[in-house]
Design a protein. Structure first.
Lengths: 237, 237
């Protein structure tokens, strides 16, 4: 076992909570569960053992993966899984991330998207690794609920996903978030953390701004995406 | 110069962008600006030099503070400032953080609060350090726009701030965020990242939930706080 690299076929979720999410919602991709020798064999652990047995996922007692993969002290379980490819559903609403560059942000957006019932995520590359253990951790396991598909350009995305309402979020946009009423299937589109979306997105669908005071330059990316998700879906909750 | 410690009288903002925010919005607290020897003396740098001269803030060329305070490679300016105490305004709306434990989260909430025009932050201790350089960085300088006051209990906060609409955000609440219409001055109250608000907050004012699907346990704290800030203030923007 080595440090995680993007080109690996497998990735890891750190901690028992994430490992439960893996076994519940993406069990077909679970390959192995590593257990640290100093784990407390409590009720949760027994539940984990039972799930692994039922799903035929091998458990391996070894401290080495923890030294390699985990910086945290209180991590006693690691789930290993095959990276999966679940294409987005063209009949559903999507979050589209254009060139996202931070793993924690991507994971946080996955968590909010799953929370607000948008379970399809399109990523326009180049982009940070959607299976980086940091992404997985920030998603709090939401990654296992999502369809995630990568596209090499926004045109490629549009070609596959066809006619739908497009809402690029841009500081230059004129229409305010609380003045739109998206009808599914729609796509909420967000740019890179530092640079936002390129100007050509001003002519894609209806570009939208989340208005804020001049005291800040912009909202943090996962904050903006989550506010948009909340506003777009709040009638469903 | 040593590593930053919470008990220090001063703290630091890393990078030229944050240092500009310091000099613009909290200049009375600026003590010194450190400059790295390999800085590129471009237009921004000249602007910084001019501001320091006008404000009588000494500039010191020294690489040592960078080795001690900065993990990032591309940081060439550090602002040193006295920690300040700007009490919250009892006639204004507030964000109240009850026992927050993560510096990055606190900074992100400061950024959203400033963005949505709520410039008063009350912190109920124990809490993470509001002047930790990690908080300052995550705030993107918003910390310099805010009144920030610490209280040792929620009762102490109520005593000082008197009659106002209280909105504790809790998973056990029954009223949905989009069904309330806060009238200023109000307080949006959020609990600790891991434990949320204690149950006794169910009887403080109107407890509120941001409804979400069962796919996640909860929203990330700065996400929840920012969505609440957006919804409470959107008519102002």
């Amino acid at each position: 076992m080595k440090r995680y690299r993007r080109e690996d076929e497998v990735s890891y979720c750190l901690g028992i909570t994430l490992t439960f999410e893996l076994l519940k919602y993406a069990k077909e991709y679970a390959r192995k569960v590593y257990v640290h020798s100093s784990i407390n064999k409590n009720e949760s652990f027994e539940k984990l053992e039972k799930m692994c047995r039922e799903l035929h996922v091998p458990m391996e007692y070894s401290d080495k993966p923890f030294n390699i993969l985990s910086q945290k002290e209180n991590c006693y379980v690691i789930g290993e899984f095959s990276k999966f490819n679940r294409p987005v559903d063209k009949n559903k609403s999507h979050v589209v991330l254009h060139n996202p560059s931070n793993a924690g942000n991507m994971g946080t957006i996955m968590r909010s998207a799953a929370g607000f019932g948008i379970t399809d995520l399109a990523i326009i590359t180049p982009a940070v690794d959607e299976f980086d253990p940091k992404t997985i951790r920030a998603s709090m396991g939401a990654v296992f609920h999502l369809n995630i598909e990568k596209f090499s350009s926004f045109s490629e995305y549009k070609e596959k996903c066809g006619e739908r309402e497009l809402y690029p979020f841009m500081l230059k946009a004129k229409i305010k978030l609380h003045d739109i009423s998206p009808k599914a299937p729609y796509s909420l589109i967000f740019g890179n953390e530092a640079t936002g979306l390129p100007d050509e997105f001003l002519s894609e669908g209806t570009s939208v701004i989340i208005p804020h005071s001049g005291r800040i330059d912009s909202l943090n990316l996962p904050i903006a995406a989550s506010i948009a998700l909340y506003e777009a879906t709040k009638q469903d909750f």
